[in-house]
Design a protein around this ligand. Structure first.
Ligand SMILES: [Zn+2]
Length: 337
């Protein structure tokens, strides 16, 4: 099969090879013919080898954390899926037997990791995964939306659930027009919140944002105006240190500050007095549960994404390089077949 593959870390080392061995399935696996793969920062980090947390295994390695496709073959003991089913891949490797897994938190599995990092991923014509990682999608769901469900869509949904966002609350989303931000905006509306999008892009209004703040250095002041002094109930910010001060200052009484990333740097200075006197909760999140994937699929009607560029599998390297382009304005996808 054709696949994007690298032998040693470095984006420049990613090559397209025509004769990579097709993955074999065991009795509990499904073989998927990949349709669309989302391009995610995790893929960039895995290929470039810049973070200790994401060391690619095995080498040579096929990256790709966000995969959608059609079931081609099923193992003997696969009961819930059949050839021809349209599926997405939940990209968590988990053992199902540790205390975290038994609590339903398989993304925190003590013996786990990520498909595309500790196993080969979806930048290839075929991928084999356990049946428990493959989820059937609605018949009318577009591949470009489907590819992003297990990471880009699930992660902000899980974060808003953990923040216990409820109806009529003020939700402030930093980077609202980013991959996860546009999904958080839509879930915020589905959950009945008043969404304040922090973004330079006006099109985020089409995703349901009630208000847009374009000046990143004046967010707290603008939130103060929009909420008439109440400030935000929930602030979602995965942009890291550069926006920390303004985002923490935007949280109101009994508010929740929630994150699943630190794009511009992870070390921030925290004023403990503000934290306790306002009873603020700081909440960290990583991924989401399989149960939540089914919830996201159940409420996916009307959900949309904004695609900036589509690449072919042969252009996988260019697709990764485009991820941090200044002019990027929406998702990057690889149309594999
Ligand atoms: Zn586990």
């Amino acid at each position: 099969m054709r696949a994007a593959i690298f032998e040693k870390p470095g984006i420049e080392n990613l090559k397209i090879m025509q004769d990579v061995e097709q993955p074999k399935i065991t009795d509990h696996d499904v073989l998927i013919r990949v349709k669309a793969a989302g391009v995610n920062p995790v893929d960039h980090i895995t290929v470039s080898g810049t973070q200790h947390k994401y060391v690619a295994k095995p080498l040579p390695h096929i990256p790709g954390a966000e995969t959608s496709g059609v079931v081609q073959e099923v193992g003997q003991h696969v009961a819930g899926l059949k050839r021809g089913d349209r599926v997405i891949v939940h990209n968590k490797v988990f053992d199902g037997i540790c205390d975290m897994c038994m609590d339903g938190d398989e993304m925190l599995c003590r013996n786990g990791g990520l498909i595309g990092v500790i196993t080969n991923g979806g930048f290839a014509e075929y991928i084999a995964v356990p049946e428990k990682n493959a989820f059937k999608i609605p018949d009318d769901m577009q591949w470009e939306l489907a590819a992003g469900i297990p990471v880009t869509t699930l992660t902000p949904y899980h974060a808003l659930k953990r923040a216990a966002l409820t109806i009529d609350e003020f939700l402030v989303i930093f980077g609202a027009s980013g991959n996860t931000g546009m999904m958080a905006t839509q879930f915020g509306k589905k959950m009945g919140a008043k969404v304040i999008a922090v973004s330079k892009d006006n099109w985020i209004k089409d995703f349901g944002a009630d208000y847009i703040i374009t000046e990143y250095d004046r967010v707290a002041e603008k939130v103060d105006e929009l909420t008439q002094g109440k400030m935000a109930d929930v602030v979602l910010n995965s942009l890291g240190v550069q926006t920390w001060e303004n985002s923490f200052a935007s949280v109101g009484l009994n508010g929740r500050w929630v994150t699943f990333g630190g794009l511009t740097g992870a070390d921030v200075k925290l004023n403990v007095q503000s934290l306790y006197s306002k009873q603020i909760k700081l909440i960290g999140c990583d991924g989401g549960t399989r149960k939540e994937i089914t919830e996201v699929l159940d409420m996916s009607k009307g959900l949309k994404t904004r695609v900036w560029k589509k690449f072919t599998l042969d252009e996988a390297k260019e697709a990764l390089q485009a991820l941090f382009a200044k002019e990027r304005d929406g998702r990057i996808l690889i149309n594999v077949s």
